[in-house]
Design a protein around this ligand. Structure first.
Ligand code: SF4
Length: 252
């Protein structure tokens, strides 16, 4: 089960992001998310409930500034600052303030670095969250299925979930965001099925994201019996979108 032991971790080298610092706004020893995806690298929510303490805006900004100073002293370049971690980063109640502080620290210490947020998009309709997401370079918004039933099978949302409201919220970016979609097969759900894939492509055509990240399983998953797609298979599946001019990044 993936766990980070500092608020700010790395830098790690990523093929896509270069030298990348990660920020975990969720509890250090637990997991906190309003989804409970069958493929989540952090495991099931029920196994991560022991710790519910989230870092404050001040703690995040101190940790980030210390790390950026250390990297500057050691001559370590930073290409990217990415919010990911043990759950959904926008559930940290200080998220908007943390984003404002991070952008300002980035401007001061590594102005060329890109700030990215990996989010499940469930909070996109909260005005303060949407506003904060428009301030980062890469709001990376998850949408794994095109129907409510599909989302229930893959993402297992807690509480109510309205896919039409989420898509409508995403449309407010005017295409200036990255859409991220996991391609997988489970005994009950298949990304490539007739009941899912055409609808997902229609949503892509409606939203016109500037980039679409399609990826598949990489690490151990809490649900067993999941199958990944190969890069070749995913490429064939999204070929109609590529032919229509969409920028699709495919990661195996
Ligand atoms: S949204 Fe992300 S953190 Fe939350 S359960 Fe899914 S994969 Fe895990």
């Amino acid at each position: 089960m993936l766990r980070f032991h500092n608020i700010v971790f790395g830098p790690i080298h990523s093929r896509r992001l270069g030298s990348s610092l990660g920020i975990n706004l969720l509890p250090e020893h637990g997991k906190l998310c309003n989804f409970d995806c069958i493929y989540c690298e952090c495991g099931w929510n029920k196994d991560g409930r022991g710790d519910t303490v989230m870092p404050s805006a001040e703690e995040v900004s101190h940790a980030l500034e210390a790390k950026l100073k250390e990297c500057a002293e050691q001559g370590t370049p930073i290409d990217s600052i990415t919010f990911s971690g043990h759950g959904e980063p926008t559930l940290n109640p200080h998220f908007p303030e943390i984003i404002a502080q991070t952008v300002s620290l980035r401007d001061r210490y590594c102005p060329r670095a890109k700030v990215s947020v990996l989010t499940n998009a469930t909070t996109v309709n909260r005005p303060e969250i949407f506003e904060a997401l428009t301030k980062v370079d890469n709001p990376i918004m998850k949408l794994d299925a095109s129907t409510y039933d599909g989302v229930v099978l893959v993402n297992r949302p807690s509480g109510s979930y309205d896919i039409e409201a989420i898509v409508s919220g995403l449309s407010r970016f005017g295409g200036d965001f990255v859409l991220q979609t996991m391609f997988l097969k489970s005994p009950e759900f298949d990304t490539a099925s007739e009941g899912n894939l055409p609808g997902w492509m229609d949503i892509v055509r409606r939203l016109r994201p500037r980039e679409i990240m399609v990826y598949t399983l990489d690490r151990e998953t809490p649900e067993k019996d999941l199958e990944k797609y190969t890069v070749e298979e995913m490429t064939a599946l999204v070929q109609p979108l590529i032919d229509e001019g969409f920028f699709v990044q495919i990661r195996g």
